[in-house]
Design a protein around this ligand. Structure first.
Ligand code: TYD
Ligand code: MG
Length: 470
């Protein structure tokens, strides 16, 4: 009898190796290799699997889009691109406790409310725990079916009868009995997910898979599955804050980078109708180091607050730390301020946070980050009715940003009255939106008396603190 060969598979990224490695060369994960039996070579002849039978002209294939099923949760439908597509497989990832199970139980409720039949396969929690959660959500318990199961053959068997929606929570608990290795190992996750995906495609049932990611942001499982599924969504948020942001990273049926904003309440995840208001709700009045900027999240403009803290550093190399903003971008802006505005930052720590658990990836927030840093440096608050936007170049020039009109409309809607940004572009919107433009073409102009943003122009010298003006 042929000896079965063992190979090793990284549970983070699926890399194969003939020997177990301490650290994965592909994804740098430590101790991530699981043993598995190498599959025998399949006895399939080369060439087209079915000799081309079953091939269709594109024109003969029915268009699927009309059949989208809304989940009943507006913010989720937005991220999905208008609802679920029959047979589509969606992976919902996020850290434990962020609210994945809660959201999917609400999806099941939405389906049941429309007269559809959802099955919730629970491997993490017992059926009784699921019921408790549903009660907590104030749900009508009659329309939802639960299956506490982790063995793939039994899940498939149950799932093969007519369901309108299938939720599997989570992929890390599933097991294919023929495969060696515990639930959660790379081979188990991959095989379980492919079996379920195949079933979803065959039956046309929309399938949701839950995948946990670890605290360090490394994705045990979900990364292995990204190519297998149609849509990858991440639910993000901090434990001690109610805001949850749902992002799409891959979507075969819609735009990526679309976001949905939710709030964790005592009765599940609530949709946030006015995210800008939520992100600005804790903005301290008259505090130095705070600036508001309109950011585009997908197609939607949202106002976010940026806070900066500049303080003397005890370290030979001062810190540049961020939460929700790119640390390299902040270091670069600090260097531009140092060089072009002669703001002494080389002996200061600079901390920048985007409040409310949000994250900014757009360079359009550069000028607002710079304004928050300057404001903190001089302990001089920015006007409360001001928004700041613009990209900052290495020469200190303030560059234009895209979709200005939509951003400004959101600022006006939220009651802001002044906008500081690229001079050339703001001239064009003069008078529109009822926002008074404060045009700047260089970052240094923001500090000048003409802009009038800082109560006392820093250049005028502010005793001991003003040595950085210029
Ligand atoms: P959960 O959906 O279990 O997270 P995940 O499936 O991503 O691990 O959510 C867990 C947290 O949410 C838990 O700490 C309790 C809290 N929660 C609420 O605040 N309100 C609710 O209505 C529910 C159901 C949970
Ligand atoms: Mg859960």
């Amino acid at each position: 009898m042929a000896k079965t060969k063992i190979r090793y598979l990284c549970r983070e990224c699926g890399r194969q190796s003939p020997v177990p490695l301490g650290r994965c060369p592909s994804c740098q994960a430590w101790d991530s290799f699981d043993a598995e039996e190498e599959p025998r070579q399949p006895a399939r002849p080369p060439g087209a699997p079915d000799g081309g039978r079953g091939a269709l002209r594109l024109s003969e294939i029915p268009a699927g889009d009309a059949a989208r099923l809304p989940t009943g949760i507006g913010e989720l439908d937005r991220v999905l691109g208008g609802g679920q597509v029959p047979g589509a497989v969606t992976l919902l990832s996020g850290e434990p406790g962020v609210g994945k199970s809660t959201l999917l139980l609400q999806v099941a409720r939405g389906a049941a409310a429309l007269g559809r039949k959802p099955l919730y396969v629970t491997g993490e929690e017992s059926a009784a725990q699921l019921r408790l959660r549903a009660e907590r959500l104030g749900m009508d318990l009659g329309g939802i079916y639960a299956l506490p199961e982790t063995e793939i053959p039994r899940v498939l068997e149950a799932a093969s009868s007519r369901w309108d929606l299938l939720i599997v929570d989570s992929v890390q608990t599933l097991r294919v009995p023929e495969l060696a290795g515990p639930a959660g190992s790379a081979a188990q996750i991959r095989e379980s997910a492919s079996a379920l995906t195949q079933m979803a495609k065959d039956t046309g049932t929309p399938l949701w898979l839950v995948g946990h990611i670890t605290k360090e942001g490394s994705i045990a499982g979900p990364k292995l599955l990204e190519h297998l599924v149609d849509t990858v969504l991440y639910l993000e948020g901090e434990r001690d804050r109610p805001v949850r942001i749902l992002r799409s990273f891959k979507n075969r049926f819609g735009a990526v980078n679309e976001v949905g904003v939710f709030e964790m309440t005592g009765a599940g995840l609530g949709e946030v109708a006015n995210p800008s208001e939520l992100f600005l709700s804790e903005r301290p009045a008259g505090a130095a180091g705070s600036a508001v900027t309109p950011v585009l999240e997908g197609r939607r403009p949202l106002l976010m607050e940026i806070q900066a803290l500049v303080s003397p550093s005890p370290l030979p190399v001062p810190r540049r730390q961020t939460l929700g903003a790119d640390v390299a971008r902040v270091s670069l802006l600090a260097a531009v301020l140092e060089k072009k505005v002669r703001l002494k930052l080389f002996d200061r720590d600079v901390f920048v946070n985007v409040t409310g658990g949000a994250r900014i990836a757009e360079p359009s927030a550069d000028l607002a980050i710079a304004a928050a840093i300057v404001s903190s440096w001089f302990e001089s608050p920015l006007p409360a009715d001001l928004v700041v936007l613009g990209e900052v170049g290495l020469a200190g020039e303030v560059r234009r940003v895209g979709r200005m009109a939509e951003r400004l409309a959101e600022c006006a809607r939220m009651g802001f009255r002044r906008v500081c940004g690229p001079a050339a572009e703001l001239e064009g919107v003069q008078g529109r939106f009822g926002l008074r433009p404060v045009g700047v073409s260089r970052v240094s102009e923001m500090l000048g008396p003409r802009a009038g943003l800082f109560a006392e122009p820093p250049a005028g010298g502010r005793g001991g603190r003003g040595e950085g003006g210029g």
